[in-house]
Write a protein that binds this ligand. Structure first.
Ligand code: ADP
Ligand code: MG
Length: 729
């Protein structure tokens, strides 16, 4: 970077703590020290209370007032011993962030004996008001109260001297206003039904837990450069910027050595994460320059989601300390790979079994196949809802952009399992099967474990891939809360298992053999669900055509994808099983349409400002220099010489006029389109208008800005360029 217009990168570097304080401690010595975990509970609670609360948590039961009081006072003592001064209910509202409202433990009392207070009632429930958080019309102002209620299944933790208590957040009327409430309901739904199904195979299975291992991708940019990009500051992504001469084509960043500055940042946030009991495990450079990934060991889904939200907050904080800004946006740089958040999802039992992991015997493998095939069927039935769950303005840029799965939902299972399903479909008969036929089938099913071990093919282009013992849902956006995706996966499989169980019960009532009945049902499911299975290249144009032939949806943008949120099948699924009421679904649908419209509105305004305040003035200033130059040349040169020597300048002058005129025209039209969009009362009409009428201008205006970036003197260009933003030294 030669230009003096920027605070020099050197200066930024000198502020950046390249070295992290050495703790000299083993991670195991400080892992979880900031969490009110099992160890802390054991230490701070009387034995009987500890036993009782552990059992409550294990069985997801209500907690008695007396127990809550004792837990609260233990929590307080523990937190104060660690220097905490405040406490807060910590929840995940529908704006996608985390919310906290801090209260001090300290409370001056009437008799002048100041004491530290925090009892069971404050632990269990609070009324943070928080009426400005999105509710989708679920809260009228006259009953704007929102309540947060303790979620004992996710442990409390200390951050910045504040005891944070994970809670759900609901309205006065009991409608969910957060991601956690429906998640917990969906977890209990899948627990109940999956346990029923497991009991058919193994009586010792009494509990099923959904597990989630997320992989978080993100970008880092230098803080001083970040502040010079109003678009990054305001929207989290660059709205202009020509692709650098060198991008990711050399593939030299992926898994490469991590730059020392970045390494220092990673080391420090990992220590903080470990203290918070977040089991972060792997870190590496991603495909794009300045792009990185972090993944923990998987956990129970509710805790994994809390940890993901928490880790994002911690990363943001530590990034600032290291003079970076962290970008969780799905597509911060056009033409450069975007960021996702792969959700690795599976089901574990109380007996330590992974239900999506093939076993060693025909019996355990029939259990595996039951869950495997039901999962495929459930995705086939509700693929539109899954697409809706991961829809956002940011993710729209990423899905189908040749680096991320397309907007078409399909499942990859690998050639070996495809063969297993093919065989099941072929060999199961409608008529009563002979003992030999059944034995053969079971023998083949018993062979699945070896097959999986040999199965090294991996399809990185699929939105949902089976990876040996779990499904990896890759379409989730990097900035998203995993909640919506997890709620849908849990619920659709549970619903499907319910149907499976009732079909099976009926067959068995008619005297059919259990295994044979299961074979038949699974065979039918395989037949019906075929269209959702795809082994080929999801990035290809052929797949788009093929998918359309198969009748699979391809919702290209968020407003379209959101229709599935309020479709009949979605409402039926969620209402029937008490996860969401229609009203709650409509609220979520509305919030997401509103959010979409706001994002495009802000991007459009920021681009208009950039054009008016940065791009056009700079281009004109440079053009003036050229004009002066041309005038001067005309004075001193003969007309032939002038024709020859001023040709380039005149060409650039013309080009600058052409592009600035187009930019001005585009911005004016875009503002008119925004006015129309804003005039719509209904959230969906507004978001559709923003999508179809306003958003295209972001592209067309940008085109001309990026052309100007190549024409104007580098020294004058006010915005840091991609080549400067993207290569941390
Ligand atoms: P990659 O997809 O990058 O090749 P891995 O296959 O090693 O990586 O694992 C990716 C993620 O899958 C990790 O975050 C891990 O915690 C998670 N994972 C592994 N087993 C399970 C499981 N049973 N349930 C949920 N997540 C799991
Ligand atoms: Mg992965």
């Amino acid at each position: 970077m030669t230009s003096s217009r920027f605070i020099s990168l050197k200066e930024a570097l000198s502020h950046s703590p390249l070295e992290v304080e050495k703790t000299n401690k083993k991670v195991s010595e400080y892992y979880g020290i900031n969490v009110f975990n099992d160890r802390a509970m054991r230490e701070y609670l009387p034995d009987d209370v500890y036993k009782s609360i552990s059992e409550n948590i294990e069985r997801s039961e209500q907690i008695e007032k007396k127990v809550a009081d004792q837990v609260a006072s233990a929590m307080r003592a523990w937190a104060i011993s660690k220097g905490a001064t405040h406490y807060t209910h910590w929840f995940l509202p529908l704006n996608g962030a985390t919310a906290e409202k801090h209260d001090a433990f300290f409370h001056p009392s009437s008799d002048n004996r100041n004491i530290e207070q925090f009892d069971g009632s404050k632990l269990v429930q609070q009324e943070p008001d928080a009426s400005s958080l999105p509710s989708g019309g679920l809260r009228n102002t006259f009953e704007a109260r929102g309540y947060s209620a303790w979620d004992p299944s996710s442990p409390a933790f200390i951050m910045d001297s504040t005891l944070c208590i994970p809670t759900i957040f609901v309205s006065y009327t009991g409608d969910a206003l957060d991601f956690k409430t429906p998640l917990i309901k969906s977890l209990s739904f899948i627990d109940n039904i999956a346990t029923d199904v497991c009991q058919l195979f193994d009586r010792s299975i009494t509990r099923v837990i959904a597990t989630l291992g997320w992989e978080q991708e993100y970008f880092l940019v230098d803080e001083s450069l970040y502040y010079m990009r109003p678009d990054l500051v305001m929207t989290g992504r660059t709205l202009t910027g020509h692709a650098p001469a060198k991008g990711q084509q050399l593939e030299d960043h992926y898994f490469g050595a991590i730059a020392p500055r970045v390494k220092a940042f990673m080391t420090e946030f990992e220590i903080e994460a470990w203290k918070l009991g977040i089991p972060v495990k792997t870190r590496h450079n991603e495909v794009a320059p300045n792009q990185f990934e972090l993944a923990p060991v998987y956990e129970e889904a509710n805790i994994a989601i809390d940890h993901n939200q928490l880790v994002m907050v911690v990363m943001e904080k530590i990034a600032r300390k290291h003079k970076f800004r962290i970008l969780f946006h799905e597509k911060p740089f056009a033409g450069v790979n975007g960021s996702g958040k792969h959700n690795n999802w599976s089901l574990a039992t109380n007996t330590g079994k992974n239900l999506l992991s093939p076993g060693h015997t025909p019996k355990t493998n029939l259990l595996f196949l039951t869950f495997f095939v039901n999962f495929i069927k459930s995705v086939y039935n509700h693929s539109d809802l899954l697409r809706g769950a991961i829809a956002s303005a940011g993710n729209d840029h990423r899905l189908g952009a040749n680096e991320a799965p397309p907007a078409i939902i399909s499942i990859f299972i690998g050639t070996q399992l495809t063969k297993v399903l093919d065989e099941l479909e072929r060999k199961v008969k409608d008529r009563k099967m002979t003992p030999d036929e059944k034995t053969e089938l079971k023998l083949n099913i018993g062979k699945i474990p070896q097959i999986i071990l040999d199965n090294t093919d991996r399809n990185r282009t699929s939105p949902i891939a089976f990876t040996g013992n779990k499904f990896e849902f890759r379409a989730v956006g990097s900035s998203a809360n995993c909640g919506p995706a997890m709620i849908v996966l849990n619920s659709i499989l549970a619903q499907q298992l319910k149907e499976f169980k009732s079909t099976l019960d009926k067959a068995m009532e008619k005297g059919e053999d259990k295994d044979e009945a299961i074979f038949k049902i699974l065979r039918n499911y395989i037949k019906e669900s075929r269209p959702i299975l795809f082994e080929g290249n999801n990035y290809s144009d052929e797949w788009v055509k093929e998918a359309s032939k198969r009748g699979l949806s391809n919702f290209k943008n968020t407003p379209e994808a959101l229709s599935s949120y309020v479709s009949d099948s979605t409402v039926k699924l969620f209402e029937e099983n008490n996860i969401f009421s229609r009203k709650e679904l409509e609220a979520r649908w509305e919030i997401r349409h509103e959010n979409y419209a706001k994002v495009i509105q802000i991007e459009s305004r920021v681009l208009g400002d950039l054009a008016g305040n940065h791009i056009i003035p700079t281009a004109i200033r440079y053009q003036n220099i050229l004009v002066d130059n041309v005038k001067g040349l005309k004075e001193i040169l003969t007309s032939e010489q002038f024709e020859e020597q001023a040709e380039l300048q005149k060409y650039i002058i013309g080009k600058i006029s052409e592009h600035t005129t187009e930019i001005r025209k585009g911005v004016k039209e875009m503002i008119e389109k925004r006015k129309i969009a804003n005039s719509f009362e209904e959230a969906d009409k507004r978001s559709f208008h923003y999508c179809n009428e306003v958003k295209p201008y972001l592209e067309s205006i940008r085109y001309h800005v990026d052309k100007l970036e190549l024409l104007v003197d580098d020294e004058m260009w006010t915005l840091p360029k991609y080549r400067e933003l993207l290569f941390i030294k």
